[in-house]
Design a binder for this molecule. Structure first.
Ligand code: PLP
Length: 388
């Protein structure tokens, strides 16, 4: 039988992650010890309270039915968390929708709001799921650069008028992946004014909201005055609570937008395993206690890697938060070639910048997912790299 994939499939290119991982495994088989800084998968275990509750709930016979949507308990916990953390009021019934990890929410959301021909404003570089969602909806991306000139914040004033007029959705991610830029109230105020002027829906991806090293932490988009009139925030328990494998996240904000998403979602899936939803309630209700250790750990890791790379002449974007270091390397070589060379020569696995967009050429993304001693070892190994 001749299998002919749809034309749309040409837009979904296989991820380079697989090739890098396979190459790393081959080198490991030859005796190379690997330091894997590629995936942003949290290495810290979920807090014991969360695991114990998940295990208890999974032991109950009544936990195995379809949940269809999020449980009221889950929505109430998200609402309590937003109130405590950001002083944002959310109606648990109308202003929050659960998603199967934020990946699922991000990839499906543009279908709910965009038609072919509509423009989605995203960034270059950006987290890869945004493009997948834009392509699935048949919409057209317009990439705003994220560069040092603008504190790595996408410059809305530089979006051409005709693009802004056609824009339907704006996706932001602060602190971001791969660029760990931090949001501010002043920036979000600009975003809201832009969204009102051009009738653009805003989606802020706050996946790294609990990864900060100084002060009170990144402001929630929904805490900016008027945000709920124009948009939503998506957040996940994957990173902040080390629950990546349990696939649980949520989108919160404008009730009319959430209603559209609920309509779409009711056609896509039948909800998340109830014990996972209840474990998420425990996580959200103990967020401050649980994420304190995360911050202490990642802040030390960030300092170790940043200082080490700088001493080697790498230009790493400074940041007060996030899970990654976004670093311009001091060699004249393609970033994918360099990523393979680093695995081959020193066993350090990173992600080439162009995975996140053309602006990533010359950069590597390094995830802070190893203990500080291992990050120091990675820096020490980098001293011995030979790039001709
Ligand atoms: C910015 C950003 N958003 C969303 C996700 C998806 O995370 P999850 O689907 O586990 O919630 C990731 C994962 O790396 C990410 O970096």
């Amino acid at each position: 039988m001749k299998i002919v994939p749809s034309k749309k499939m040409s837009l979904f290119t296989p991820a380079i992650f697989g090739d890098l991982k396979n190459f790393a495994k081959q080198q490991q088989a030859k005796g190379m010890s690997l330091i894997d800084l590629s995936l942003g998968s949290p290495d810290l275990p979920p807090h014991a309270k969360i695991r114990e509750h998940l295990s208890y709930r999974a032991g109950l016979a009544e936990s195995y039915g379809y949940t269809l949507t999020g449980t009221q308990r889950f929505y109430d916990a998200v609402s309590r968390y937003y109130k405590r953390r950001s002083n944002v009021d959310l109606d648990p019934t109308t202003e929050i929708i659960q998603t199967i990890g934020s990946q699922e929410g991000l990839v499906h959301l543009p279908i709910a709001f965009c038609d072919p021909g509509d423009i989605v404003l995203s960034t270059n570089p950006a987290y890869v799921a945004y493009d997948a969602g834009i392509h699935l909806a048949g919409a057209t991306p317009y990439y705003m650069p994220q560069t040092a000139d603008n504190d790595y914040l996408p410059d809305l004033d530089a979006v051409p008028e005709e693009v802004a007029q056609k824009a339907k959705l704006l996706i932001l991610n602060l602190p971001g992946n791969p660029v760990p830029a931090m949001p501010s109230l002043a920036y979000f105020e600009k975003v809201i004014a832009f969204a009102k002027k051009y009738n653009v829906i805003v989606l802020h991806d706050a996946a790294y909201s609990e990864f900060y090293f100084t002060g009170e932490g990144p402001i929630s988009f929904l805490a900016a005055p008027g945000a709920k009139e124009v948009g939503m925030e998506i957040n996940s328990l994957s990173k902040s609570f080390s629950l990546a494998g349990t696939r649980i996240a949520y989108i919160a904000g404008n009730a009319d937008m959430i209603a559209v998403l609920k309509q779409l979602k009711s056609n896509l899936d039948f909800g998340i395993f109830e014990p996972i939803q209840d474990a998420a309630v425990v996580a959200l209700d103990h967020a401050e206690e649980i994420t304190e250790n995360l911050r202490a750990t990642f802040s030390v890791r960030h300092k170790t890697l940043m200082n080490g790379l700088r001493e080697l002449g790498w230009d790493a974007a400074p940041s007060d938060g996030g899970m990654f270091v976004w670093a311009k390397y001091p060699y004249d070589i393609d970033c994918t070639d360099l990523a393979f060379k680093l695995i081959e020569q020193i066993g350090v696995v990173t992600v080439p910048g162009t995975v996140f967009g053309t602006a990533g050429q010359g950069y590597l993304r390094l995830a802070l997912v190893q203990p500080k001693e291992v990050l120091q070892e990675a820096v020490d190994r980098l001293k011995n790299v030979s790039i001709s």
